[in-house]
Ligand binder design. Structure first.
Ligand SMILES: [Zn+2]
Length: 343
């Protein structure tokens, strides 16, 4: 077996008002010099501005507004500021991914401060950035630290929370696909696979608590998303948390879908679980409880595009999944969508 290097975050802070501990965190990590805080227009008021206030006096802290989650934007911001020692991405997935990209380019520390538990990218080394109309999934470095402030995350919009749940639940089908590949000789880690499954199970068990935005529920969700990100870092690949359901989601992105990443993956999981012979009813029920879309109409996608995405998914990347074991044609895809109530 090829040896590989595992890179993980050094500090993970989870709890109420942990955002206030960022100055101390920077000192513990030995970070000195200029700090660049990234936020978008909304998350500046939720977290970015507060972090800047906390740092002012002890650090030289600038705040930059991220306008879009694209490679161009990462390049623009990267060029416009003199090299910071640390980048703090305070926002949703788009802001965090732009921060990850710049920090990978300039080799700086990166601290992830999610304002919504909307997907497992808050903790992973993966980033999703657009180049024109094409969305690229790239590998960077895992964040140096993650600051998950429960107070902020509990107040995130319900739709973003449901999307995060769906992304974690989709590990259920991703790990199944990975095991199919293992049986054909692909590298598989029992530990990383089980860790990714634990994230899905934890979220499914906490569905009611999360739906009611109970503190324990949100904490379980955030920890599940962080663990999911770590499962990917353990193997240096998105395999534990990305199977055919994620390829289906990328295919939908290509077709111009405006639905959220987790929403698409969750719905994809219902479909691929049925193909895998897994308990797709349970996945659908849990997604329903949490308030994530389980039908084409709820996802806001045309019926034709769902079929197309199912057929295109295999072409997204070379990764063995249930779609290779049980290939779909138009008729079978339509049948699958009808049998699961997606259509
Ligand atoms: Zn995902």
């Amino acid at each position: 077996m090829e040896p590989h290097i595992i890179e993980l975050p050094r500090k993970i802070l989870v709890g109420r008002n942990v955002i206030g501990k960022i100055p101390e965190l920077l000192k513990t990590l030995g970070i000195e010099g200029r700090i660049l805080i990234l936020s978008d227009k909304t998350t500046r008021g939720i977290a970015g501005g507060k972090i800047q206030d906390l740092l002012t006096g002890n650090f030289e802290a600038d705040l930059e507004i991220v306008k879009e989650s694209s490679l161009k934007e990462a390049e623009r911001i990267g060029k416009s500021c003199s090299k910071p020692a640390c980048i703090i991405g305070a926002g949703g997935g788009g802001v965090i991914d732009v921060g990850k990209k710049i920090s990978a380019d300039i080799n700086s520390y990166f601290i992830s401060v999610p304002t919504a538990p909307s997907h497992d990218g808050i903790a992973s080394e993966r980033m999703s950035l657009t180049d024109g109309n094409v969305k690229h999934s790239l590998r960077g470095n895992p964040p140096t630290a993650i600051v998950a402030d429960i107070e902020i995350l509990m107040n995130a919009p319900c739709r973003l929370i449901a999307s995060g749940c769906a992304d974690a639940i989709s590990n259920y089908t991703a790990v199944f696909d990975w095991r199919l590949a293992r049986d054909r000789g692909e590298y598989y880690s029992d530990y990383a696979g089980n860790l990714a499954l634990l994230s899905a199970r934890t979220v499914m068990k906490s569905a009611e608590l999360i739906k009611e935005k109970k503190e324990r529920g949100i904490r379980n969700l955030v920890e599940a998303l962080i663990s999911s990100g770590i499962s990917m870092s353990l193997v240096g690949s998105s395999r534990p948390a990305s199977g055919a359901e994620h390829m289906f989601s990328h295919a939908l992105d290509m077709l111009g879908s405006q639905a959220l990443h987790g929403e698409q993956c969750g719905l994809g999981s219902i479909l691929t679980a049925k193909l895998q012979g897994q308990d797709w009813n349970m996945i659908r029920d849990k997604l329903k409880t949490i308030g994530a879309p389980v039908t084409v109409r709820e996802l806001g996608i045309e019926k034709e595009n769902i079929i197309k995405a199912l057929l295109d998914a295999k072409k997204i990347r070379k990764r063995y999944t249930i779609l290779d074991k049980k290939p779909l044609d138009r008729e079978k895809a339509l049948e699958l969508c009808k049998a699961t109530g997606v259509l």
